[in-house]
Design a protein. Structure first.
Length: 147
């Protein structure tokens, strides 16, 4: 079974500023609650290993998910894929300029390879996207206060 989620949110920042945050795979990893640790694997920052803890019965240890940005179109689009023995994930972030700033459109697809993985993400993916939104908004506030 595959879980797909499409969500967007409005931001009062220009697309270039939203891009600075969302194009950084480490920022994306930090915002996800089940990512306990992550490691950047290349100088360009396109490949990051996530160490994920899923609270489901068949997964009793940390899962390593190898992620890679497969498409980058600054400052408007980034797509990443993540692969592991437990799940595959594809995430897309598209930044659309609006009259008041930007809209970040997010699309995620999770393919679980064990029972319970899809159910977990179906229940929790909205919350993970809210975490991403909060992290991005906090980053925008912190840089605005530095100016």
């Amino acid at each position: 079974m595959t879980v797909r989620v499409d969500r967007s949110f409005e931001l009062s920042a220009p697309p270039e500023r939203v891009w600075e945050f969302i194009a950084d795979p480490e920022n994306r990893a930090q915002a996800i609650s089940v990512v306990q640790e992550y490691t950047a694997n290349d100088p360009a920052g396109r490949q990051v290993t996530w160490h994920v803890e899923l609270p489901i019965p068949l997964v009793r240890k940390t899962v390593t998910v190898e992620t890679e940005d497969v498409t980058r179109d600054p400052p408007s689009y980034v797509e990443f894929v993540g692969r592991s023995k437990v799940l595959n994930v594809t995430g897309e972030h598209e930044i659309v300029e609006t009259d008041d700033g930007s809209r970040l459109e997010n699309r995620f697809t999770v393919d679980g390879k064990l029972p319970g993985v899809e159910k977990f993400f179906k229940r929790n993916l909205d919350g993970e996207l809210r975490n991403l939104q909060r992290a991005l908004e906090a980053d925008l506030r912190s840089t605005a206060s530095e100016r």
